[in-house]
Design a protein around this ligand. Structure first.
Ligand SMILES: Cc1cc2nc3c(=O)[nH]c(=O)nc-3n(C[C@H](O)[C@H](O)[C@H](O)COP(=O)(O)O)c2cc1C
Ligand code: SF4
Ligand code: SF4
Length: 446
């Protein structure tokens, strides 16, 4: 079994799975229960001032039969007394000395930062996470994403903290910025020992059309919130990989954003994360997901013959680059497997209206003068269809046999003109039968 343990800038944990700062790390009781189930670390719900909150505070985005593919929150940092949080951190750390316990902090003045750094360390926190990412509530007060959006302020506050801290200092970044590398390099230049991303994406998740109020709403009024969950994963992956391949970023990365399964986690690790953090998936499914996360990642590493998770870190990062570095002579084209095709023709409509009109209905080829190059194949199919009485004489090729059956069912299986196909992938993405449309490599021109 592969070794899942990590050392993140000096913070050790038995596996790379940490709870992200948020509702699941609000109390010592929750974090202790999560550790009992196998979580490797926890970043405490952000501690700071003011100690307030609103009701209601969450809004969900559903998609077809899937609930909460995105989540928006307008929650503030911890609304529990600061001393209670530190007491519970100390208790949890004493009970679980081998797990990573990181204190997330968000303060105003240098003096307050120093005071909270000392109290976090006295409580036994293994590291500090500076929350420069919250996109609502705190930013109006000059904290959270208001800091993360200003590299000069990131640099200033990180160096304040580094002056006082003895444990590793991790900077949590906001995605609400044009180029994530700017605040990231500012943090590293100021001495950050690790980077954490992403915090939530500023968003407006929806409108309640019955009550005619925004979602979520507080006494009939709303405000933009922070978006998280599976829907934000691509944004997070992009930002993690941008930092992982930047030579100026010499510190480890903790990846967050939409991680739901071990596969999501493996993707973050392959693109350059040393640890991964999870919030929304735990809010949705509970702490127990750790069992699948650990087992899935472990099996995957075994299959790939990797003895440790460290071998996966950043493995794919080096294959990501700028658009101009891509191989222009490379080409793929769609190929429909007639044996599994159910003839729904969704691919035909997508390619015609949103692709490159490279997919044709069987009857298209019968129109005089239309799609002449395919006519011999269609003619062959029609011929095969008339031969149904003598199967022994039929050509044994897959296409020919299929021609017979599709002719019987009305010829619903479309076909791809590979000379027109640009290899955009659209048809394979919309096809309801997984694996029915594959993208096949066509001999490179170079
Ligand atoms: C309700 C809620 C509260 C959160 N509170 C905090 C917080 O106090 N401090 C912080 O750094 N991040 C906070 N986050 C952000 C998460 O730590 C995480 O960065 C984000 O949700 C993306 O990860 P996910 O898709 O796994 O949820 C919160 C997220 C949610 C959904
Ligand atoms: S979308 Fe898939 S199943 Fe439907 S017709 Fe196209 S290839 Fe066949
Ligand atoms: S890959 Fe794109 S262009 Fe080619 S057949 Fe599919 S949708 Fe059409």
């Amino acid at each position: 079994m592969a070794n899942l343990s990590i050392n993140f800038a000096g913070i050790k944990s038995p596996n790379p799975f940490w709870l992200a700062s948020g509702p699941p790390t609000n109390t010592g009781e929750q974090v202790a229960r999560a550790f009992e189930m196998g979580w490797g670390g926890a970043v405490w719900k952000t501690i700071g001032r003011p100690i307030v909150n609103v009701s209601s505070r969450l809004g969900g985005l559903d998609e077809a039969d899937r609930r909460m593919v995105g989540l928006s929150n307008i929650e503030l940092i911890s609304d529990r007394p600061i001393e209670t949080n530190f007491r519970e951190i100390a208790e949890v750390k004493k009970r679980f000395p081998d797990r990573a316990v990181v204190a997330s902090l968000m303060l105003d003045s240098e003096k307050e930062w120093h005071d909270m750094v000392r109290r976090s360390e006295d409580a036994g926190a293994d590291g500090l996470e500076l929350n420069f990412g919250c996109p609502h509530g705190m930013c109006e007060r000059g904290m959270g994403s208001a800091v993360g959006q200003e590299p000069a302020v990131v640099r200033k506050i990180t160096s304040w903290v580094k002056k006082a801290a003895r444990v590793p200092v991790l900077v949590k970044l906001t995605p609400n910025i044009t180029d994530i590398r700017e605040p990231a390099t500012a943090a590293v230049e100021a001495g950050a020992d690790g980077l954490v991303l992403i915090n939530t994406v500023r968003s407006m998740i929806g409108v309640d059309l019955d009550r005619l109020v925004p979602v979520p709403s507080v006494a009939g009024r709303g405000t933009p919130g922070g978006y998280s969950g599976p829907a934000v994963k691509p944004i997070a992956l992009h930002m993690v990989s941008a930092l992982a391949r930047d030579p100026r970023i010499s510190v480890p990365i903790s990846g967050i954003g939409g991680i739901n399964t071990w596969r999501d986690a493996a993707e973050f690790i392959a693109l350059g994360s040393t640890s991964v953090q999870i919030c929304t998936a735990v809010m949705h499914h509970g702490f127990r997901i750790i069992e699948d996360l650990v087992e899935g990642l472990s099996n995957y590493l075994d299959e790939k013959e990797m003895t440790s998770v460290n071998e996966l870190i950043g493995r794919v990062a080096r294959t990501v680059g700028e658009w101009g570095e891509l191989e222009l002579g490379y080409k793929v084209a769609a190929d429909i497997d007639p044996d599994t095709c159910i003839g729904c023709q969704v691919c035909y409509v997508s390619c015609r209206d949103g692709g490159h009109s490279a997919i044709h209905l069987p009857e298209d080829a019968l129109t005089p003068g239309h799609l002449a190059p395919r006519r011999p194949i269609i003619t062959e199919r029609l011929a095969a269809a008339t031969e149904t009485a003598s199967p022994g004489s039929a050509d044994s090729s897959r296409r020919r046999a299929h021609s017979v059956s599709t002719a019987r069912t009305g010829y619903r299986v479309p076909w791809v003109d590979q000379t027109q196909c640009v290899g955009c992938n659209l048809c394979s993405l919309v096809c309801p039968v997984h694996g029915c449309i594959t993208m096949r490599e066509i001999a490179s021109k170079q």
